[in-house]
Design a protein around this ligand. Structure first.
Ligand code: ADP
Ligand code: MG
Length: 226
């Protein structure tokens, strides 16, 4: 099943990021096509989060060329919900569109959190918080969805259901996804292209073309709530 590729949503050329003397990104090049699902691997400290922050426009101190067309949304390893705002309000925080409320309702329904809209973030389970974080990304209707180790803090079972949710959201909305993960199996399971960041650049790149279902279904787990 090939991803329907549309136009490029991000183009990065010669991207460099220094922290003092330390060169973390060193002339990195990367193109991201509309609708593709990329997994980004790399050792701890190799610069994966730095790259995502740059793509999200959260880092102004990068050198090089960075073109991102369309809207971008990020979900981090820690859901980073604001504890004194209810889940529903968290989803639309900073979202200045007239239909924010309707978008939030739809996004919460999509991640299975309709009933938790009025809950306080601290009462959510890890899986629920991560799903809320995905809903917060969804309401931005991103063409590029950046996921920075969104599963790594979750237990194994919760992980599978959140995996499934990401695949489902990707299937329905078809944003380009750049997923940072430490897990090679996860990368091969989910992505159509796997990148390895090393030495400040994309040191290795592989298309995943194996003749097996790319996104395995786990129908027996769909009904589980995390
Ligand atoms: P990864 O996500 O691949 O684990 P990061 O992108 O978080 O790696 O970090 C890459 C390197 O950049 C690390 O050595 C980290 O210490 C350094 N770094 C990241 N952010 C900063 C910062 N704000 N100030 C100084 N060093 C930083
Ligand atoms: Mg990181």
């Amino acid at each position: 099943m090939a991803a329907r590729l549309s136009q490029r949503v991000a183009g990065v050329r010669d991207l460099t990021r220094r922290f003092g003397d330390r060169v973390v990104l060193d002339g990195l090049d990367l193109d991201i096509e509309g609708g593709e699902f990329i997994a980004l691997l790399g050792r701890s400290g190799s610069g994966k989060s730095t790259l995502l922050r740059a793509l999200a426009g959260l880092d102004r101190d990068v050198e090089g060329r960075l073109e991102v067309t369309g809207s971008v949304a990020v979900a981090f390893q820690e859901p980073r919900l604001v504890p004194w705002k209810r889940v529903g309000s968290n989803i639309t925080l900073g979202l200045a569109v007239p239909d924010a409320g309707e978008r939030a309702r739809r996004a919460l329904a999509e991640v299975g959190l309709t009933e938790r809209a009025g809950a306080w973030p601290l009462t959510l389970s890890g899986g629920e918080a991560q799903r809320a974080s995905l809903a917060r990304a969804l309401v931005r209707e991103p063409e590029l969805l950046l996921l920075d180790e969104p599963f790594s803090a979750l237990d194994a079972l919760t992980r599978i259901t959140v995996h499934q949710l990401v695949v489902q959201l990707w299937t329905v909305h078809r944003p380009a996804v750049l997923l940072v993960t430490h897990d090679v199996d996860e990368a091969l399971l989910l992505a159509s292209r796997v990148l390895v960041l090393d030495g400040g650049r994309i040191a290795y790149e592989a298309a995943v073309t194996a003749a097996r279902p790319r996104h395995r279904d786990h129908p027996e787990l769909v009904s589980l709530r995390t």
